[in-house]
Write a protein that binds this ligand. Structure first.
Ligand code: PEP
Ligand code: MN
Length: 361
């Protein structure tokens, strides 16, 4: 059930309706939109008994939501969700494309800084990197843990990049929430419901990556889990699915981007690195992702990919990332998007202190 408030409903009217819903034993989720606020009702075992809700002041109408996902749906919020970050002009889901780049794993201070310097100069506003790695083999590098998070926090201080990193369980989630700006839920955990609920209690945005065999509905339901706990700052990430094709590591399903955008107000970014597993395919698929309308990219970049402790074969070189950013800016312009990070370093951010030439774009 959805309570649609009138366009000019006051905050008090919204609050009163929320209180009424909670007093009926349900949970109220007020999602303000450009035109009006809608309040989602969850926590019901069966059909919601509307009681006198539709007679309350400021209420426009009550709508039954038949889809299994409710809070992620455009029914509750017709306009796109834009995630903002204090103290920066970086957004996810707005006109500006969100470009996240960095190594697969944080390996050392030196490695993280070498990559961060280059990607921030090229215009990325978000730095990716794993401190906790969900590896297929227990004998593979598992990440530096909290030490890796500390290095990422240093990267933020030095380069002004927002930090995105994966939490693999409740314990790492506590630490990731403490150090990072965005919590990443990995493909292997997309249906780890207790982890999704924990992410729903976090105070920072959450990126949910699509599971390797997840349908569109299962993907949206994972985001619904996070939102149902009260965290509405959620973005989705297409990172490739398992198919019979063996020329790439995964099959990057770019058609899911417009499919998600039709049903949901949440931003969706694309990960062509896990999506292809091959360095030579990252740039072409990144271009395609922007053309198809993705809200951003998350890309693995390494200054010495041959020495990378994970995913070196799909990590692009910083020079390739520079060129990709130029192309992203050009293709973005065609679909009405900008790259706000480009040029930011020239106009006196703390990067001036780094002392190296800005890449010309
Ligand atoms: C990653 O981003 O390095 C990663 C492990 O991603 P995924 O969960 O999509 O495999
Ligand atoms: Mn990786």
């Amino acid at each position: 059930m959805l309570v649609v408030m009138k366009a000019h409903a006051t905050e008090e009217e919204v609050r009163a309706v929320c209180q009424k819903i909670e007093s009926m034993g349900y949970r109220a989720h007020a999602l303000p939109g450009a035109e009006r606020t809608a309040i989602g009702i969850t926590g019901n075992k069966g059909v919601v008994e509307p009681g006198s809700l539709d007679e309350m002041s400021g209420v426009q109408e009550l709508i039954r939501v038949s889809k299994p996902y409710k809070l992620v749906s455009r029914d509750i919020k017709p306009d796109n969700t834009v995630i903002r970050f204090k103290g920066t002009d970086a957004t996810i889901g707005g006109k500006g494309l969100a470009i996240m780049a960095g190594p697969c794993s944080i390996e050392s201070h030196e490695q993280a800084f070498a990559v961060a310097e280059r990607v921030s100069q090229a215009g990325a506003q978000f730095f990716r990197g794993g401190a906790y790695k969900p590896r297929t083999s227990p004998y593979s590098f598992q990440g530096l843990g909290e030490e890796g998070l500390r290095i990422m926090a240093d990267v933020r201080d030095r380069f002004g990049l927002r930090i995105i990193t994966e939490a693999i369980d409740n314990e790492s989630m506590d630490l990731v929430e403490k150090y990072a700006d965005i919590i990443q839920i990995g493909a292997r955990n997309m249906q780890n419901y207790s982890l999704l609920k924990r992410a729903g209690k976090a105070k920072i945005p959450v990126m949910v990556k699509r599971g390797m065999s997840a349908t569109l509905e299962e993907f949206l339901m994972a985001a619904e889990y996070v939102m149902s706990e009260g965290n509405y700052q959620v973005l989705l990430c297409e990172r490739g699915i398992r198919t019979f094709a063996d020329h790439t590591r995964n099959t990057l399903d770019l058609s899911v981007v417009p499919a998600v955008q039709r049903l949901s107000h949440l931003p969706i970014v694309v990960d062509p690195s896990q999506g292809t597993g091959k360095r030579n395919k990252v740039t072409p698929l990144s271009r395609a992702a922007i053309a198809v309308g993705a809200d951003g990219l998350i890309i693995e970049v390494h200054h010495q990919p041959d020495k990378a402790l994970s995913d070196g074969a799909q990590s692009i070189f910083p020079d390739q990332f520079d060129e990709l950013m130029t192309q992203v800016q050009q293709i973005g312009a065609v679909v009405g998007r900008t790259v706000s990070g480009i040029g930011a370093h020239v106009s006196g951010s703390n990067l001036a202190a780094v002392g190296s030439e800005a890449h010309p774009v």
